[in-house]
Design a protein around this ligand. Structure first.
Ligand SMILES: [Zn+2]
Length: 375
């Protein structure tokens, strides 16, 4: 990972480089950020810079044998610890630690260095459990850092989300942070530094990562999502300078648009007695992932709730977004009062069927058929 690959943060990159060049780098650094501003890639770029054999122009070279290893996150002097939990692959009796998931970690961070905590848990499939950095992990960290450096240069331990350390682990690591072995750097990346115990916090050199500069984030989003400047600017502003937040918002809005198109197809197909359109609806919905099918049903429920509020003359409590007012009013006129109750029953039935793993084509063909008869 090179500094040049990271969105924005030009001032901070210069500061980090200057710290290294002037030998002002502490042995325990804490990078703090609101998620998605680039703390993890910056910490990795800094370690890569310190390890690179021919750094130049304020960045690692990206080409030397060392850079080849740091790029793949396989450099033997670059260690990682991150919150984990038991999974199907690593049940609790195996005492899950970062090393069990190092392959997944490398792949996830190389694909997306702006990885969020939830994305990480989804990747390793902790099944809704959040991760911790426990005492076994702390022992491993101590053991790894007590070894000689492989390359004869500095050693790095990256601790992602040290706020996930439990008390026992934190106590164990405190001594290490107070008196690290020679040429050893502990780089921590935190989203909630207030949850780190004060004795550790007070021994760290703190590096605050500001939000990504608006224009630079805009440029990133334009390129990544092929957006116009105005659209990218809208999401950059709404995200508060976080690349992962901006991505989440854009994905959410794309999903909502997709749901809206599907629902309109269903309602128009039924209202206009257009069988072909209705069939096209259920054939498409049946191909979605189960989670998205549930989101579609929830979206439909919310749409009906709003239409009912509008029909009852209460648009002000319907929370209809400005772009949807006309559409809600249009359908509120079309739906007969009895339709709402029937639709609710149909949707709840479909939700239950999804939960019971009934065939998707059957569920949505049935739902379409019932809507067709009810609307
Ligand atoms: Zn290099």
């Amino acid at each position: 990972m090179q500094f040049i690959e990271i969105a924005g943060q030009d001032n901070l990159k210069q500061r980090l480089v200057a710290m290294v060049e002037e030998n002002r780098t502490g042995h325990a650094l804490l990078f703090c950020e609101a998620p998605g501003c680039g703390a993890l890639p910056l910490a990795i770029a800094m370690a890569s810079y310190m390890l690179c054999e021919s750094r130049r122009g304020g960045d690692s070279c990206g080409m030397c044998p060392t850079c080849n290893k740091t790029r793949k996150l396989i450099h033997p002097d670059l260690h990682f610890a991150m919150p984990v939990n038991s999974t199907k692959k690593v049940p609790s009796d195996k005492k899950p630690v970062s090393d069990h998931f190092i392959g997944e970690w490398r792949e996830a961070v190389i694909n997306n260095p702006y990885l969020t905590e939830q994305e990480w848990y989804n990747t390793i499939e902790t099944e809704n459990k959040s991760g911790i950095i426990g005492v076994y992990e702390a022992s491993l960290i101590l053991r790894k850092l007590s070894l000689q450096s492989f390359s004869g240069g500095p050693k790095f331990m990256m601790v992602w989300l040290p706020e996930k350390m439990n008390q026992e682990a934190a106590n164990k690591l405190l001594k290490l942070i107070e008196e690290p072995p020679a040429d050893t750097y502990i780089l921590m990346v935190s989203h909630s530094p207030e949850k780190i115990i004060p004795t550790i916090l007070s021994r760290c050199q703190i590096i605050r990562i500001p939000p990504i500069d608006r224009e630079q984030l805009e440029g990133e989003l334009m390129e990544e999502f092929d957006l116009s400047g105005a659209e990218a600017g809208f999401w950059a502003k709404l995200s508060g300078g976080s690349l992962s937040k901006a991505r989440e918002l854009i994905a959410g809005s794309a999903l909502q648009q997709q749901m809206d198109i599907l629902l309109t197809r269903l309602l128009e197909g039924c209202a206009n007695r257009d069988l072909a359109k209705t069939i096209a609806f259920w054939e498409e919905v049946a191909t979605l992932r189960r989670d998205d099918q549930k989101i579609f049903l929830e979206y439909t429920l919310e749409f009906l709730r709003r239409a009912l509020m509008v029909a009852e003359g209460l648009p002000e409590i319907a929370n209809v977004p400005p772009s949807g007012i006309e559409q809600s009013a249009f359908w509120a006129q079309k739906f007969k009062p009895a339709f709402y109750g029937r639709a609710l029953g149909i949707i709840n039935g479909a939700m239950e069927d999804i939960g019971r793993n009934v065939n998707s084509r059957y569920i949505f063909a049935d739902l379409s058929n019932r809507f067709f008869l009810s609307l």
